[in-house]
Design a binder for this molecule. Structure first.
Ligand code: HEM
Length: 414
């Protein structure tokens, strides 16, 4: 038996890696009880996590979830949940949905967004440049991805503030009854809005244009079909809301955590500034070193399953700690060292297997453009507080880890 109570402390939120290291050594597949009394199984070693993510006995569908999770209202059909979408279904339903969605949400569409991501980034940096200091989360990392997703979906500019507000509430409201009510309210408003957007777009869609080339993603999703099968109205709505949630806070914290890691390693920051061609590899290393999705999404055992020599009973909630897997010394030499020239890819920050992040190409574009442009525009940017003063949260349903604010000085000597 190992003491995992440290998992829930403020110190661990700020730096979970010592606890993860202890767990990898002493209890790599471990039954953990949360402060609320909920039982979760945690997997911490790279190989075990990777295997678990392709094990068909570990399901995503929430009908296999334990009662405590269903009673929270976060899974199932309630307003606070997103309903049935890619992350809450298993093959063959998942295979069907993912194929349909991929017809509209193509790699080409994501890469083609690069100039728009650049434009939005430049506008945000222009606004920041008026001051000497800024909160990088508030002025840059938070607005960038939500604006990108709104443009991707085709949400008109005048409605984007509403979208930002709902998204923020869904992601950051507390897990108290009041917080859950607030979250459900924002979920309902967003659902209503998305339904209206689909209804307006439907009659305008030109069926002669392939889904991947439609002017916006919603039109593409409306048209996406295979053997006369298309997304139903409720699948469309759930998908659009999922894209918004899955693509927002994750990317906020790719930028946030990435910059924190660079500030803490001035040699690596300098290297990146001097050799911008290292940027794509640097983003991969920042994802490995302190990626946004610290603890993966739940899986549920559909039968008794043995992983890493440990038996997990049927009906358990299981989580692979992606943040721990990516620091596993059995997988990476000098796993705790940030090295932006590292050539080893294969990190698990975007997951693995059938549910591998659909938005990874877009997230990479956003990370590269955001961090590259920030360093180019403000070569002397520095942290305006001691790193120990940063407040870390694990928002996003406890899955995502990041800083609440990131105060920076934009120029030298100010
Ligand atoms: C799935 C991470 C950005 C859309 C996932 C998963 C991870 C992840 C770990 C798999 C979860 C699991 O298997 O349990 C990230 C990170 C991002 C990011 C670290 C940013 C740095 C995005 C963006 C979008 C997106 C920008 C879309 C606009 C999705 C979708 C899924 C997903 C739709 C579900 C795929 C499926 O179940 O088939 N993401 N994500 N993500 N992500 Fe991302």
């Amino acid at each position: 038996h190992v003491d995992t109570s440290a998992l829930w402390t403020a110190e661990t939120k700020a730096d979970p890696f010592p606890v993860y290291s202890m767990m990898r050594k002493e209890a790599p597949v471990c039954r953990v009880v949360t402060p609320e009394g909920f039982e979760i199984w945690m997997i911490t070693r790279y190989e075990d996590v990777r295997q678990a993510l392709t094990d068909p006995r570990l399901a995503n569908a929430t009908e296999h979830a334990p009662e405590w999770l269903r009673s929270l209202g976060l899974v199932g059909e309630g307003d606070a949940s997103l309903g049935r979408h890619l992350l809450t279904v298993d093959p063959p339903e998942h295979t069907r949905l993912r194929r349909l969605v991929s017809k509209a949400f193509t790699r080409g569409r994501m890469e083609a967004l690069r100039p728009r991501v650049q434009r939005i980034t430049d506008e945000l940096l222009d606004a920041m440049a008026a001051g000497e200091e800024a909160d990088l989360i508030e002025s840059f990392a938070f607005p960038l991805p939500i604006t990108v997703i709104c443009e991707l979906l085709g949400v008109p500019g005048e409605d984007q503030d509403d979208f930002r507000g709902w998204s923020r509430t869904i992601l950051t409201a507390a897990f108290t009854p009041e917080g859950m009510a607030e979250r459900a309210g924002a979920g309902r408003s967003m659902a209503r809005y998305v339904a209206g957007l689909i209804a307006r777009r439907r009659p305008e869609v030109d069926p002669a244009v392939p889904p991947g080339e439609q002017p916006d993603l919603i039109s593409g999703l409306i048209l996406a079909s295979e053997d006369r099968d298309t997304l139903s109205e409720s699948e469309l709505k759930a998908m659009i809301r999922l894209l918004l949630i899955a693509g927002h806070e994750t990317t906020v914290n790719l930028i946030g955590n990435g910059m924190v890691s660079l500030f803490r390693h001035p040699d690596q920051l300098r290297l990146l500034r001097e050799r911008p061609e290292l940027l794509p590899g640097a983003i991969e290393e920042l994802l490995r070193y302190d990626g946004p999705v610290d603890r993966g999404m739940f899986r549920y055992t559909t039968e008794d399953v043995e992983i890493g020599g440990q038996r997990i009973p049927k009906g358990s909630a299981v989580v692979g700690l992606l943040g721990s897997a990516d620091r596993d010394p059995a997988r990476y030499a000098d796993a705790d060292v940030l090295d932006i020239t590292r050539e080893d890819t294969g990190h698990l920050a975007f997951g693995h297997g059938a549910h591998f992040c659909l938005g990874a190409p877009l997230a990479r574009v956003e990370g590269q453009v955001a961090i590259g442009s920030l360093l180019a525009r403000f070569p002397d940017i520095s942290l305006a507080c001691d790193p120990s003063e940063l407040r870390w949260h694990s928002g996003g349903f406890g899955v995502v880890r990041g800083v609440e604010a990131l105060p920076v000085r934009l120029r030298a000597g100010t």
